[in-house]
Design a protein around this ligand. Structure first.
Ligand code: ZN
Length: 245
């Protein structure tokens, strides 16, 4: 807001000066501070419902709710795009293609199913990479299992160059989620998630909670929890932009 006010002030001054000085004597700078671009990916959609909670809450609805709240919050300071803004299916490659198209500064894929520990609970944030410690995160019979790829391809290099930043962003999201919704904290993990693979910017996958766990499903039904999760992830993104310009 302060920046916008300062910029508006500069524009007015520039206009005044332009109208006093000889034509062409003053030109506005070309290097305007570029607005940050955030692409949020609500996991699943359409026929792909994602995980289903014990009382029937579906992951695709949870991820869309959090994404829409995040858009509301972040649009005050950033340019925000969602990979889907309704209940329809989107291919994994198309999700990162949206982020690449808009030249996003960060790409955040939202999930709530527990992609790797279907019977577990808690919050985990993934960034892309191949890890030997994946045994404890073996994919199970779940929609998310499609989102893992053990075979390195040339596309790995695209996300690899953003690995350090992605890990920093993951750490900030973890911190804010712990502070603002106090989930059971599993931590940050490196994993070969397909949906992050082709993103040419720091990209993370946030498993907000395990919908398969009755207590976590009950939490995810509460609008205040959805709001708090959206605020926590948004605050982490804002902090990332401030800390790592
Ligand atoms: Zn999922």
């Amino acid at each position: 807001m302060l920046l916008r006010l300062m910029w508006a002030h500069l524009l007015v001054l520039g206009w005044m000066f332009h109208n006093i000085a000889p034509a062409g004597a003053v030109s506005l700078p070309d290097d305007l501070p570029r607005q940050r671009v955030v692409v949020i990916d609500p996991g699943h959609g359409g026929d792909d419902v994602g995980a289903v909670g014990p009382s029937g809450l579906v992951e695709k609805a949870v991820t869309l709710s959090v994404a829409q709240k995040m858009k509301e919050i972040l649009s005050e300071t950033c340019e925000v795009h969602l990979t889907r803004n309704g209940d329809f299916a989107v291919d994994l490659e198309d999700r990162t293609a949206v982020a690449n198209h808009y030249r996003a500064d960060v790409f955040v894929s939202l999930h709530a199913g527990g992609a790797f520990r279907h019977q577990g609970r808690g919050t985990v944030i993934f960034y892309y990479g191949h890890s030997r410690s994946l045994e404890s995160f073996a994919p199970e019979e779940h929609g998310d299992s499609l989102e893992i790829n053990e075979e390195p391809t040339r596309w790995d290099e695209v996300q690899d160059k953003h690995g350090v930043r992605a890990q920093l962003l993951a750490g900030l999201v973890r911190g804010h989620l712990r502070e603002q919704i106090s989930p059971v904290d599993i931590g940050t993990r490196k994993a070969p998630c397909l949906v992050l693979r082709g993103a040419d910017m720091p990209a993370i996958l946030v498993e907000i909670a395990h919908l398969s766990h009755p207590a976590e499903e009950a939490d995810l039904r509460k609008p205040e929890v959805i709001r708090a999760a959206a605020e926590a992830i948004s605050d982490a993104i804002k902090e990332y932009f401030t800390e790592y310009p």
